[in-house]
Design a protein around this ligand. Sequence first.
Ligand code: FSX
Ligand code: SF4
Ligand code: F3S
Length: 313
Amino acid sequence: MEKEKLFYEKLEANGVSRRDFMKYCTYLTAAAGLSASYVSQVAEVIAAPTQRPPVVWLHFGECTGCSEALLRTTYPYVDNIVLETLSIEYHETIMAAAGHQAEDNLKAAIKKYEGQFLCFVEGAIPMKYNGAYGKIGGRTFLEIAKDVIPKAAATVCIGTCSSFGGVQAAKPNPGGYKGVGAALGIKTLNLPGCPPNPVNMVGTILNYLLLGKLPELDKLGRPNFAYGKTIHDQCPRRGHFENEEFVEEFGSEEAKLGYCLYKVGCRGPETFNNCPVAKFNDGTSWPVEGGHPCMGCSEPDFWDKMAPFYEEL
Ligand code: FSX
Ligand code: SF4
Ligand code: F3S
């Protein structure tokens, strides 16, 4: 109770009312694929977590946009709090330690929490030239992955790069980059998107904290709650598609009217993700709402498969 009181005081000091927080929890509960009866439990698990699962967060070949998406939301305080429900033992972007000290932190965390920690991974792994395209502390990304990942309770790939290779694996892929699952020959839980929606990560964590297990996955390792439907099937412009009302040029009258973006390259019909519902920046907008076609950023091999962008499917 004391913990919860302190939490709400801290929240209010940051300009977030209890009511706003409950609204946010309702949104999170739905986005996590949990029934509405879980809202108060979601609030409780965030306000006064009884367990804080240890997390080791690895970075390989990527742009760190995935961490940025999570850390720099427009309504950041609440997402940071969700992050506080975890005990982040190692994360290169946000930890204070550097150099040998950082390496020691990683070793100590794996030893202390072997079999218990969650491993989050951003970025793809270079397989050519003995992995020379990417090293940290003298070890290749592949060596680090092989050392850390088998010791984790579960591994979650954040973003298209760690899930499927992403931009690093685009043709001609000189470094021989692969997603983490393919590089190690294992199954991973994948949260693709370039960047992925932080809500899908939070939803995965909430499933783990409330139900004690990871959410149900499709054959590409993606949680069904977030990747079960195509963008096209959830798109508010779908009526225009059916009526054959298309934007043929950016800046045109049709674009102003919010017509369907299919003819200017929308990949919504081939892309499985919840962007139209979850949106970005805490529900502000998403690519199609902003007038830009979906580029299929969460699909495997999207740089090769979805290009040339801006041309009809
Ligand atoms: Fe990839 Fe994430 Fe795109 Fe960037 O770490 S999914 S390049 S947004 O940052 O991995
Ligand atoms: Fe489908 Fe894209 Fe048109 Fe939306 S804008 S209806 S996702 S083709
Ligand atoms: Fe990516 Fe398409 Fe969503 S480009 S962010 S999957 S709308």
